[in-house]
Design a protein around this ligand. Structure first.
Ligand SMILES: *Cc1c(COP(=O)(O)O)cnc(C)c1O
Length: 458
């Protein structure tokens, strides 16, 4: 056991220290099978051999999301402190569904949540929980929204199918939440920038008949769309939600991390009026997978919707009511989950270690890199910037390339270990997209990638 532990820890420490790590790339299933073989056997391989297979074959077949030239999707850039602490969380065997069992960890997680709540200027009544990701966070918030709507209707809507409103730029997980909840969704057309604007929202609203308006329980805005990084007009959405008495949810899974960046903070004005919002530390808040901070303006909205009752659980609920300070509430009670890992602790430890000013500095660094990238794209005749970046996403065209050429260039970059930039699409056209969340992504890295696009791919 000691030998295995030291080998596993050695691998972990070496991996944490790599700067940069190798990009790595997937290999086909048949090749993987040939190299790894059957690993689950009646007598076991032994830990040393299983670890060898992982470090030599399996791990190199996984792309390193923290590589500074991984700019596809939304990469990750966990701090060393957060990764080290993720290992500590595993070693600690802590259950953080309840204050009774996990008080110390819940206390620390809640200080990290309060930092996020303060960035959004949420009131003292606010509170929340860390869930697995933005998909789980959006679903939990929208379930709470529907629950409050039904409570307020005092039985009139217990069997009414709910309706929510979201822009065409909303993330797929919002539509997925509607499907999971068997609710309807009205899509508000986004403007040409991909933003939910007040005009479209009001005309969609006035096109609803009285019955539909009665079953509307939430309006969802996005603060940082995933493809374009565009922030909806949150104040305008808040006005409409307030006027109609419906729940206002902000999906900030990617973008709300930039609440801590003074240079873009104004884009988020109005988030303080939301009933709930989410942000993923595993995206742009320098934490490891998997973690999403879900915040409610009034934590009891979450608690009433999500608390599970069972004979073996009711001992936990004795004092869980409106009089209890939210900081002592059971994290299990405010989202669609029960057992949970203390997945907020890596963020907490990193924040406690470095201080929140370091987060602001790292965030501004990624925004500066993005602004530099925008300039570089603009000054190259073979590229066209399609949108001024609000946050840290650049969307641009390589003049003259076909979709096949984009794909060939992208594949060659990945398989030569250079970069991971997959084609995206914009108004139906194949384009390129950089998402910059890693403070170790430098101006020089962007120049290398942009230079490689001057020639047509082989
Ligand atoms: C990534 C993302 C999600 C989904 O988050 P996961 O953590 O991948 O579940 C939801 N909304 C937005 C805007 C996102 O960028």
């Amino acid at each position: 056991m000691a030998r295995l532990a030291s080998q596993a820890l050695r691998y972990a420490i070496d991996r944490i220290r790599m700067d940069p790590p190798p990009l790595d790339a997937p290999i086909p299933y048949q090749q993987m099978l040939a190299e790894v073989g059957q690993t689950v056997t009646p007598s076991g391989l032994g830990g040393v051999e299983a670890l060898r297979l992982f470090t030599e074959v399996l791990a190199p077949a996984c792309i390193s999301v923290d590589h500074p030239k991984f700019l596809s999707f939304v990469p990750g850039a966990p701090t060393e402190a957060s990764i080290i602490f993720d290992m500590v969380v595993s070693a600690g065997s802590i259950y953080t569904g309840s204050w009774l069992e996990g008080a110390g960890a819940v206390f620390a997680e809640n200080q990290a949540l309060r930092w996020i709540a303060d960035l959004a200027r949420f009131p003292e009544s606010a509170g929340g929980v860390f869930v697995s990701g933005g998909t789980a966070g959006n679903l939990s918030a929208l379930i709470a929204a529907r629950h409050r709507w039904r409570e307020r209707a005092e039985g009139r809507h217990d069997r009414t199918r709910g309706l929510m409103m979201a822009s065409s730029g909303a993330h797929s997980s919002v539509k997925q939440a509607a499907r999971a909840m068997d609710a309807d969704i009205v899509v508000v057309p986004a403007d040409e920038k991909g933003r939910l604007n007040i005009g479209a929202l009001e005309s969609t609203m006035s096109a609803l008949d009285a019955a539909d308006r009665d079953r509307l329980f939430a309006i969802v805005a996005t603060s940082g769309t995933t493809n374009l990084g565009v922030v909806d007009d949150l104040s305008a959405v808040a006005d409409v939600a307030t006027a109609h008495g419906v729940w206002f949810h902000v999906d900030g899974a990617y973008g709300a991390a930039a609440l801590c960046a003074p240079s873009v903070r104004h884009l988020f004005d109005g988030i303080e009026r939301a009933d709930s919002f989410i942000v993923d530390p595993h995206k742009w808040l320098f934490g490891p997978y998997d973690s999403c901070a879900l915040l409610y303006r009034n934590i009891h909205d979450g608690r009433r919707a999500h608390t599970q009752h069972a004979e073996y659980l009711d001992v936990l609920h004795g004092e869980q009511d409106e009089t209890r300070p939210w900081m002592e509430m059971n994290p299990a009670d405010v989202a669609h989950h029960l057992s949970r890992r203390a997945r907020g602790l890596p963020l907490w430890f990193s924040l406690a270690t470095h201080g929140s000013d370091a987060y602001t500095a790292a965030m501004e660094k990624t925004l500066d890199t993005t602004r530099f990238g925008a300039e570089e794209i603009r000054r190259r005749p073979y590229l066209e910037l399609l949108l001024e970046p609000d946050l840290s996403i650049l969307v641009f065209r390589r003049v003259g390339w076909t979709p096949e050429q984009y794909q060939r260039w992208s594949d060659a970059q990945l398989h030569s270990g250079q970069s991971f930039v997959v084609p995206s699409s914009w108004n139906g056209e194949t384009v390129l997209r950089f998402c910059i969340v890693n403070p170790r992504t430098t101006n020089a890295h962007l120049v290398e990638i942009l230079d490689s696009m001057e020639e047509d791919p082989a």
